[in-house]
Design a protein around this ligand. Structure first.
Ligand SMILES: *[C@@H]1O[C@H](CO)[C@@H](O)[C@H](O)[C@H]1NC(C)=O
Ligand SMILES: *[C@@H]1O[C@H](CO)[C@@H](O)[C@H](O)[C@H]1NC(C)=O
Ligand SMILES: *[C@@H]1O[C@H](CO)[C@@H](O)[C@H](O)[C@H]1NC(C)=O
Ligand SMILES: *[C@@H]1O[C@H](CO)[C@@H](O)[C@H](O)[C@H]1NC(C)=O
Ligand SMILES: *[C@@H]1O[C@H](CO)[C@@H](O)[C@H](O)[C@H]1NC(C)=O
Ligand SMILES: *[C@@H]1O[C@H](CO)[C@@H](O)[C@H](O)[C@H]1NC(C)=O
Ligand SMILES: *[C@@H]1O[C@H](CO)[C@@H](O)[C@H](O)[C@H]1NC(C)=O
Ligand SMILES: *[C@@H]1O[C@H](CO)[C@@H](O)[C@H](O)[C@H]1NC(C)=O
Ligand SMILES: *[C@@H]1O[C@H](CO)[C@@H](O)[C@H](O)[C@H]1NC(C)=O
Ligand SMILES: *[C@@H]1O[C@H](CO)[C@@H](O)[C@H](O)[C@H]1NC(C)=O
Length: 835
């Protein structure tokens, strides 16, 4: 054995530690200097952070900054002289006689480059600056340790744990984040994230001086514009609004987790967590780039609703109509809505409509009354003719307080889940339409009571009739029953089981209902068959069409496990995901019931010589965007992180207006938010769409879905399968061929000739470019789904792609994949067992 390298490693470490543990402070006798070797560095006591001189990116200018000490990838979290760099390595940072921390240039000491400007200490007193393990640089009086200044009060673009943003009401200091100009230039960029203290304080991203995205007011549980994270196991968020301060802060429960929130040069805010195993920063949450997040996207009195199945996400609030119908028809909602003509506000009989799951509008012009109950809030709002809406200020249990909006309601949106109840003032006529849910004046209350009593009576009558009918029908259904081999004893057991399994979020379908709907699973109703079972079309008695997926019996999954997974899937709601309507368990058999989509799947169109001409470029681009949004929702926006693991053309279904909906979450495993990559002993996926790390090592992460998306994107553009061999190409598949053409700068040759209409070649080649970035060999080189959406929607410059992963079977022996049929020419669901 050879011990030498190890010994020298220990020696180096010893020297290194010995060197840096010596100081974390700057005093009047101990300044730090820049130098050609990188200059002096302060290291905090626990060695988490370091302070020193650095040059960002390609720049040669020198800045004083704080970065993570232990992390190989230099990550700067604070910059002192962001707007005033030093041209060469002649800077030094010291304490002056007044007790300020001063950065000077040795070449020109007349004016300091940067100073804390905080204090004038008496002549016999000194100050010391100390870098704390939290990343805070503090300036203290040497004797009393009184705090004179701290870097946490002057953040740059990064919020660290326990760092307060917001207003100190006593001093007027407003701490906010501001982006860098570019990666090479830390000077103040265009985007900032700050508290707007007017009205009811809210957190807003600004582009210049203009609001860009509102993460909203604190509603007692979370910021109102941020989607549900019921209980985040990693972070604690606190918001304070009292006489001394308005502040927003987060902290980690486990202090050894390194995390930061950054607002980047293009205005996106992301939270990153450091993962030691992967030696990389993983973005955890990001401000999604949905149109509904743009401030005022639907104008005054507009309502942004991504869930709306119509193409346009803007709608008007109840009682309002588009101000400019022509622009509205061109999908420009910014002019907003006006009250319908003839509506009488401030008259008798009016009231409020309750809207659920709302991100309430801008709170900068509201009246807030603390401690007021919701009922009192309604009365208060009704009293003032200018009051247009109200909501509870604190939605946590037992919370109270009243926010009343006066005037325009700007930037209201609706979430599929989360959000809060919002009460909108409408006139008598509108209220009548919403009579069931409104709480109005005394008159309507009386009507309500009568209606409730009537309702109860009708309910009993209907129940009785239904029961009577059901009893008769059951007799008739026995035949069907026998057909499916269910004895009446078993069915009794079944009913009991079902009762115990009833779940509020998840409707259970009776096997008899499904037998009736699918004509006893007749072959004529079969829509398709795959490794996971067969899919049947069905029609319920109420006329609703459904797709029933009958899972193959040997899935090996237990009932409880199945139930857990299905409950999660049922909660996912997005317009680009196929909706799961419920499930059915009968003996060994498990079934999933989905909404039925008439237009079949994407592969039915794009790989068919005649049908693919139905999809022009605009439509394909919309489909690509829709798929991307659906995946992003699975990855980031739903409460749980879901990885699809089997994205492919046949798993993208199309609705009546050819909007894509991703299907088959059968294999999607739930992911805890803090797990970025998991190892699985079974590789499940489809040849041609699998990322190399997944196919070879069974490692999957959101980046494996990005890979599959990249393949799909290229397939959509080319109208060919990835597994197809292309004449005259040296590569075995489409990706390889596209890469070949890309390097020869004639990538447009491969574009589907069926796209005969004129299309933007720039846009098409940009999409191919994005596709190539998604299929990079190394997972870290691939963009995240939110990056992809950003790249699709904005004409930013893209990094050049490197060689994609197109032949992973040649890099490692095929022995690591064995068993299961790998079919090269058929896209099919294939189960591969690793080893
Ligand atoms: C820094 O630049 C100044 C001129 O701006 C020059 O006089 C000085 O010698 C340079 N110092 C170093 C260390 O390069
Ligand atoms: C310190 O004061 C000078 C002059 O008033 C000003 O130019 C500079 O920006 C101030 N520095 C800081 C860090 O506030
Ligand atoms: C700071 O105070 C310590 C004792 O608290 C003393 O030893 C040291 O000399 C002081 N430093 C300066 C620069 O006054
Ligand atoms: C910042 O805004 C200005 C003016 O709107 C624009 O010219 C500039 O390109 C923007 N900078 C960045 C980094 O976006
Ligand atoms: C305001 O809240 C902060 C942080 O919780 C607290 O330190 C401060 O004492 C509070 N001020 C008042 C006036 O309650
Ligand atoms: C905190 O995180 C570290 C590393 O992730 C882990 O080793 C440690 O067990 C965690 N501590 C607690 C109390 O959860
Ligand atoms: C969906 O959009 C249509 C057309 O803009 C509108 O009539 C409808 O009210 C919207 N639905 C919701 C729930 O916002
Ligand atoms: C209501 O709004 C009008 C016009 O904006 C204003 O003149 C009036 O003073 C407001 N009334 C109240 C009670 O706020
Ligand atoms: C909201 O209400 C809860 C329950 O009364 C209370 O504990 C909490 O402090 C309130 N939060 C705010 C921000 O007022
Ligand atoms: C979202 O859409 C689904 C069906 O498309 C509908 O059932 C659901 O109520 C909608 N949610 C909201 C908040 O509009």
């Amino acid at each position: 054995m050879n011990f030498e390298p190890q010994i020298s490693y220990i020696l180096i470490q010893f020297l290194f530690l010995g060197l840096c543990s010596c100081h974390d402070t700057i005093s009047i006798t101990q300044p730090i200097k820049d130098g050609d070797g990188g200059g002096d560095v302060l290291v905090s006591n626990g060695e988490t952070f370091a302070l020193g001189f650095f040059s960002p990116g390609k720049s040669n200018y020198r800045y004083v900054g704080i970065w993570y000490h232990k992390i190989s990838e230099k990550t700067v979290v604070w910059v002192a002289n962001r707007d005033n760099p030093i041209k060469n390595t002649s800077g030094f940072l010291s304490i002056d006689t007044q007790g300020n921390l001063v950065l000077s240039d040795n070449n020109d000491q007349t004016v300091p480059v940067w100073s804390t400007n905080s204090s004038t200490l008496p002549t016999n007193e000194y100050a010391v600056a100390q870098l704390l393990d939290s990343g805070n640089l503090v300036l203290l009086r040497n004797e009393s340790k009184q705090l004179l200044w701290q870097s946490f009060d002057y953040p740059t673009d990064t919020q660290l744990a326990n760092m307060k943003l917001g207003l100190d009401r006593r001093t007027g200091l407003n701490r906010f984040l501001r982006s860098w100009k570019s990666e090479d230039d830390p000077s103040a960029g265009n985007y900032s994230y700050r508290i707007n203290p007017t009205g009811y304080p809210q957190m807003i991203f600004y582009k210049g001086q203009v609001p860009w995205w509102r993460s909203g007011h604190w509603n007692g549980i979370r910021l109102s514009g941020v989607r549900v994270f019921t209980t985040n196991p990693l972070f604690h968020i606190s918001f304070v609004n009292n006489d001394t301060e308005i502040s927003f802060m987060w902290s980690t429960y486990n202090t050894s987790i390194l995390s930061r929130v950054v607002i980047d040069e293009s205005g996106f805010s992301r939270r990153y967590i450091w993962y030691e195993q992967e030696r990389g920063w993983q973005p955890l949450l990001s401000a999604p780039t949905e149109p509904c997040n743009q401030y005022g996207h639907c104008g005054a009195f507009g309502l942004c609703d991504l869930n709306n199945t119509t193409e346009f996400e803007c709608a008007c609030l109840p009682g309002f109509e588009p101000k400019s119908p022509s622009e509205w028809n061109f999908r420009d909602g910014t002019h907003g809505c006006v009250r319908k003509p003839g509506s009488l506000i401030c008259s008798k009989g009016e009231g409020f409509v309750k809207l659920e799951n709302i991100k309430p509008p801008d709170t900068s012009k509201v009246v807030v009354i603390n401690g007021l109950s919701l009922e009192a809030c309604e009365k208060e709002c009704l009293r003032s003719c200018n009051c247009t809406a109200y909501a509870s200020a604190n939605i946590s249990e037992g919370g109270s307080g009243c926010i009343a909006w006066h005037g325009d309601l700007v930037d209201t949106r609706i979430f599929t889940a989360g959000g809060q109840d919002f009460y909108l003032r409408v006139d008598k006529l509108e209220l009548a339409q919403y009579a069931k849910i409104s709480k109005g004046s005394v008159a309507t209350k009386r009507i309500r009571i009568t209606m409730v009593i009537l309702g109860v009576i009708i309910f009993f009558i209907i129940t009785f009739i239904a029961y009577w009918f059901a009893k008769r029908k059951r007799k008739g259904q026995r035949k069907l029953f026998n057909n499916a081999n269910i004895t009446s004893e078993e069915s009794l057991k079944e009913e009991k089981l079902e009762e115990s399994r009833t779940h509020p979020d998840l409707p259970f379908f009776d096997i008899r209902t499904l037998i009736a709907a699918t004509d006893n699973f007749s072959v004529t109703n079969m829509l398709g068959q795959g490794g996971f079972g067969s899919v049947y079309k069905g029609q319920l008695i109420n006329g609703q069409e459904i797709a029933v997926k009958r899972l193959s019996k040997h899935s090996g999954q237990g009932t409880q496990e199945f139930m857990n997974e299905v409950t999660v899937i049922a909660k996912l709601q997005h317009r680009n995901l196929v909706r799961l309507l419920g499930c059915c368990i009968h003996k060994e058999e498990k079934m999933l019931i989905y909404e039925y989509l008439p237009n079949k799947s994407l592969d039915y169109f794009i790989f068919d010589v005649t049908r693919r001409s139905h999809l022009d470029w605009r439509k394909r681009f919309e489909i690509v965007n829709g798929i991307a949004r659906g995946i992003l929702y699975l990855h980031h926006d739903s409460r749980l992180k879901i990885i699809h693991r089997d994205l492919k053309a046949s798993n993208v279904l199309l609705d009546a207006s050819m909007n894509p909906k991703i299907s088959d979450f059968g294999m999607a495993k739930m992911f805890e938010e803090d797990q970025i990559q998991a190892n699985t002993n079974r590789v499940v996926g489809t040849y041609g769409y699998m990322s190399p790390e997944y196919a070879m090592q069974g490692l999957y992460s959101t980046k494996s879905d990005v890979f599959s998306f990249g393949v799909l994107l290229v397939e959509i553009i080319c109208g060919r399968k990835n597994t197809e061999c292309i004449n005259g190409s040296q590569f075995p598949n489409l990706i390889g061929h596209v890469w070949e053409l890309w390097n020869e700068e004639r990538v447009l040759d491969i574009v589907d000739p069926a796209l005969c209409q004129p299309f933007s070649t720039d846009e098409v080649s940009r999409c191919i470019h994005i596709g190539l970035l998604c299929v990079q060999e190394a997972a870290t080189e691939r963009p995240t789904m939110s990056d992809v959406i950003f790249m699709l929607g904005n004409e930013t410059t893209l990094p050049p792609p490197k060689t994609p992963a197109f032949t992973f079977q040649s890099t490692e022996s095929p022995k690591s994949i064995s068993g299961g049929a790998v079919s090269l020419n058929r896209v099919s669901i294939t189960t591969l067992e690793a080893r």
